[in-house]
Design a binder for this molecule. Structure first.
Ligand code: SF4
Length: 251
């Protein structure tokens, strides 16, 4: 069976309410196909939960390679701790973050986050919070939106919260698994419903989506090189209901 059955392609993929049509079988099948195509990614690249959180703030609207350069410059100046970052002069912090782009804005956001982090009792204090409360508190910090908060929850706190980003929306839309205009919370809830509370799978799944979106399913997709093409209605050589995802699932 393919990701997208004939019936699915005839009926609209969108219900009248904002409900994402992703189901467990399709979600699992896509995960298997991505693993088969790219292998495990072992995310998130960081030495500590705090570094994950800082990276999540800095990665907004920029490539990860730029974040790595900014983190390296920051580590040259101070230990990677909230107190030390807050002790930096705003201009020095912004200068350290220059490679991450929007460095003045990111310096303010990082300062706001470090302020919250310190006042909430650091990692120990935040770890004691129940997931919903922690998410709400993170979202209340200036400059932290759902994707950044969920990066932190999943990769720094091991909470079962699925991260949705622009790659998720693009790839699943092209595969016919999303209409594309569902809200963030609708897509997140659909993945969580489909997969159950599985932190290792969530971590790997998001990393695979990012890898696939960066390297193959780009703005101009590289469909001839893509292992999902036989199952993808967007690909020029879409093969219909018999697709490559079957074999990748079994392989
Ligand atoms: S076949 Fe093309 S459009 Fe479809 S997932 Fe692969 S790269 Fe994206």
């Amino acid at each position: 069976m393919n990701l997208l059955s004939v019936t699915d392609r005839i009926r609209p993929l969108r219900s009248p309410i904002d409900e994402c049509p992703l189901d467990a079988e399709r979600a699992r099948r896509l995960f298997s196909a991505l693993i088969a195509s790219h292998g495990p990614r072992h995310w998130w690249p960081a030495d500590s939960p705090f570094e994950v959180m800082i990276g999540a703030v800095l990665t907004q609207n920029t490539a990860w390679s730029n974040v790595e350069r900014a983190l390296a410059r920051l580590k040259e100046r101070v230990p990677l701790e909230a107190e030390a970052i807050l002790a930096l002069a705003p201009a020095d912090l912004a200068e350290a973050l220059r490679p991450a782009g929007y460095f003045n804005l990111k310096a303010r956001r990082l300062t706001a986050f470090c302020d919250y982090y310190r006042s909430a009792g650091g990692l120990d204090g935040l770890s004691r919070l129940e997931t919903h409360q922690l998410r709400q508190e993170l979202l209340a910090v200036k400059g932290i939106g759902p994707e950044t908060a969920d990066d932190m929850l999943l990769y720094a706190f091991d909470r079962p919260v699925f991260v949705v980003d622009a790659y998720t929306r693009r790839i699943l839309s092209r595969l016919g698994l999303l209409a594309g205009d569902e809200g963030y919370e609708s897509i997140r809830a659909a993945f969580e419903r489909a997969l159950g509370p599985d932190v290792p799978v969530y971590k790997e799944y998001h990393a695979l989506i990012v890898h696939h979106g960066k390297h193959l399913c780009r703005t101009r997709p590289r469909c001839p090189e893509c292992g999902l093409r036989a199952s993808c209605p967007t690909a020029p050589d879409f093969a219909g209901i018999q697709g490559a995802l079957d074999s990748s699932r079994e392989g």
